[in-house]
Design a protein around this ligand. Structure first.
Ligand code: RTP
Ligand code: MG
Length: 140
C-alpha cells in the first residue's frame, strides 16, 4: 500500500474542549503522521468555500456558523492508505452510529458537532490540502 496524504480538521467542538492533543494522539496511534498543522479561525469565506459541495443541504448554514464559531486545527496527515485509515479512525458522521474506539464515538457531541473532518477520497484530499496549505508548509 502506498504512502499517501489526507486532510483533517479538528473542529470547534474539540478545540473548545481542549481536545487537540487527545484527537491528534488517536490519529497518530492509527498510524498517521502529522506533516502539517496550523490553528486558524475560519472566515465565513473559508467555511463557505470549503463546504461549497454542501451548499444546497438543509444543514449548510448551521455547518458554516459552527465551523466559524471557535478556532480549528487544519492538518495534513501522511500514512499508508491515509484517506481510508483516517476515515476508519474517525468513525461514522453521526456519533450514535460510530464504532467503538473511533474518534467520533469517544469525543463527538452530535452529528453536527462531530469533532473531526477527513477527506473522503484522494482527489478531494489534494483539493482540500491546497485550500489551506502551501506546499512549503508541508514537511514529510
Ligand atoms: P466530514 O465531511 O466532515 O468528514 O464528515 P462526513 O463526510 O462524515 O459528513 P458529510 O456528509 O460530508 O457532512 C459534512 C459535515 O456536515 C455536518 N452535518 N450535519 N445536521 C446534519 O444533519 C448534518 N449532517 C452533516 C457534519 O459536521 C458533517 O461532518
Ligand atoms: Mg464529507
Amino acid at each position: 500500500m502506498a504512502v499517501t496524504r489526507t486532510f483533517s480538521i479538528i473542529k470547534p467542538d474539540a478545540t473548545r474542549r481542549n481536545l487537540t492533543g487527545a484527537v491528534t494522539a488517536m490519529l497518530e496511534e492509527a498510524g498517521l503522521r502529522v506533516v502539517a498543522s496550523k490553528r486558524i479561525h475560519m472566515s465565513r469565506e473559508q467555511a463557505e468555500g470549503f463546504y461549497a459541495v454542501h451548499a444546497e443541504r438543509p444543514f449548510f448554514g448551521e455547518l458554516v456558523d459552527f465551523m466559524m464559531s471557535e478556532p480549528v486545527v487544519v492538518q495534513v496527515l501522511e500514512g499508508e492508505d491515509a484517506v481510508t485509515r483516517n476515515r476508519d479512525i474517525m468513525g461514522a458522521t453521526n456519533p450514535a452510529d460510530a464504532a467503538e474506539g473511533t474518534i467520533r464515538k469517544v469525543h463527538a457531541l452530535s452529528i453536527g458537532e462531530n469533532t473531526v473532518h477527513g477527506s473522503d477520497s484522494e482527489e478531494n484530499a489534494k483539493i482540500e490540502i491546497d485550500f489551506f496549505f502551501n506546499e512549503d508548509e508541508i514537511v514529510g
